[in-house]
Design a protein around this ligand. Sequence first.
Ligand SMILES: *Cc1c(COP(=O)(O)O)cnc(C)c1O
Length: 820
Amino acid sequence: MNRASAALPKPALRGTDPAELAGEIIERLTYRIGKNAAAAKSHDWLAATILVIRDRVIDRWIASTEGTYQAGGKRVYYLSLEFLIGRLMRDAISNLGLMDEMREALSSLGVDIDLIRELEPDAALGNGGLGRLAACFMESLASVDVPAYGYGIRYVNGMFRQEISDGWQVELPETWLAHGNPWEFERREASYEIGFGGVVDLAAADGSGDHARSWKPQDRIIATAFDTPVVGWRGTRVNTLRLWTAQPIDPILLDAFNAGDHIGALKESNKAEALTRVLYPADSHQAGQELRLRQEYFFSSASLQDIVRRHVQYFGDIRTLPDKAAIQLNDTHPAVSVAELMRILIDLHNLDFDEAWDITRATFGYTNHTLLPEALESWPIHLFEQLLPRHMQLVYAINAKLLIEARRQHGFDDAAISAISLIDEGGERRVRMGNLAFAGSHSVNGVSALHTELMKETVFAGFHRLYPDRINNKTNGITPRRWLMQCNPELTTLIREAIGDAFLDDTEKLRDLGRFADDAAFREKFAAVKLAKKVALSNLLRERMGLKIDPAALFDTQIKRIHEYKRQLLNIIEAVALYDQIRSHPERDWVPRVKLFGGKAAPSYHNAKLIIKLANDVARVINHDPAVQGLLKVAFVPNYNVSLAEMMMPAADLSEQISTAGMEASGTGNMKFALNGALTIGTLDGANVEMRDHVGAENIMIFGLTADQVGKARAEGHDPRAIIEGSRELSQALHAIGGGVFSPDDRDRYKNLVAGLYDHDWFMVAADFDSYAAKQREIDTLWGDRAAWNAMAIRNVAGMGWFSSDRTIRQYASEIWGVL
Ligand SMILES: *Cc1c(COP(=O)(O)O)cnc(C)c1O
């Protein structure tokens, strides 16, 4: 900040009393929307309300940014191809502490805040857990006062909208920007040129660095920034989410247009627009299209150019970059950033290779999110080279340095060398993005204790031998603002009455709630809150899908992306077995259960889509059978997204976290449920392991094979057919599904799905079935003792404080980024 600006007047902080807020809403409605109160529709009230809140956020935003400049502090840059944000209005109002005032202001104008809130589009610029983590992290970075920027892509079409038609998933484009987006600010001045293709020459004579080259790209487009302010808890800090959009250098080729080629004249414009048009809907498997690699480089390059520009502008010397910037790569999607920073340092700033490499590694950290082989990103050499010829050279140079070090200083043999190589030489040669990210970072972290250990033993075993201090763990977390205070104000109020307000600023204080587990009066109130949330969900599902469910039944919920490793199939087969049991033994005292499913399948993932159809086929048969009326209901709730999660998590009694052990890196859905007082049925996978440690083994229902046992079964071979034939319940259920009982219109529909279980059972569905079913019957018994159930649920809430993303961010900040 220069001296002149210190003397300039600062805007007065705006007031917060309801009458003043109401006045401002009318003012925005009149002069920004152009309507009077009588003519205003609900959408207009929403827009006016957001504008009033936004002004209060902006005051703090400017103060936060100015404060960071003045302090000359280090900034954190979080690069992520996905941000699964959800709605922002309630988040902003609540973090500014204005919920009561805003409700009153709107109510004085005859507007119900809860009704207009529902009209805000759900920003879904992500697939699932990875993108939601990025959104929770942005909120926590601001809440724990870390100066940070999130960088990503402003997709015009985010995650598709899912409809269920005749039981099948149908994907429809989602248009979150259709009514404009009042939260974002276009920053025309923050624009960068991004190149693709072309040729590489020796650097011009003035390039002093030995290694400098000059890249002459064939195609060039412009990246322009859109900024969204992210306000932290109690409004202490407001950080920036900067999303890039692609624009042509020449919006219209006038020569072509004037020559009559009206379509050709828009070629460049359409090409640029296509780049940031859609989010790839692939979760946990590689989206192998050229456009995807273009998206990755586009946003990486724009972000790196922005970071370097800011650094040089404020600090002058590019060599101090690692002291002032920590860049975190959220999975390998931004891994090309490693080569891009090398290019900028060597070709544009004339550093020599070794110095550039030291700066690069000191600046980057990399977070691994999956060990699934089908999800480890790699790009064919020919594609990489054609699109990014200069980066290809740099990858080869980095690789040569890495492999020489491994061979000469650490005695790696050929097999060990080929495991860590940045190039996969088996078959079509490919660039391994995970290895590039690992080599180019000073820190590589997993997202749960188990996942981090498996990383050391499997994908990165060779790298771990080479750099034993580089791998570390940062167990994921969730923001308690969105996932408790906002989605469950009733429970939040109850907790405040019991233990006071300290947990609002330090969730570990939830521990104090533990002693109320034995308080019968408190348990009653706790159960009443849960019931109220179940009633609210029941009403929503009745309105939305005509579903009638009894709020008194046990709500057994599995909501997450549909994936074979997450094993929705295990849950569905158990529902079929239970259905069979109830019909065979109507005299028994069955616990009324509602099994709720939700989640999207990648459009190209055949088995995942078939599992959705199966859930719907099974639901149709069970829900129409009078023999199980009032005892068992199954429903697939369409279009799972953040807003639906905010309704379904607080209304769950039982949380299904049943992935094949060793395959779920962490999970965060598991945390949201438990924080809202659901009990977990789960395997010892991902963060479930640490949840057991925090809530106590007696308060979580663990079943099934461990990761070690799964590894052994796969290595030594197991006999799923024998397992199935040894289990009456399982073989009957599989016989019914495979034989077409639930698909009379197409009896063979599930033949192959079931045959896969007999044949190899890669995901251990058959292997874990009996243990899972037995645990479910224990859960029935426990439900019968509601006092015991509620006490366990309360202990779950009390034990979940550690899983706040504030804790996770503090660990990243002190152990990886060197801030705080
Ligand atoms: C939390 C969340 C996820 C992640 O769920 P997991 O059970 O951890 O896979 C995915 N989608 C949405 C909308 C979420 O809120």
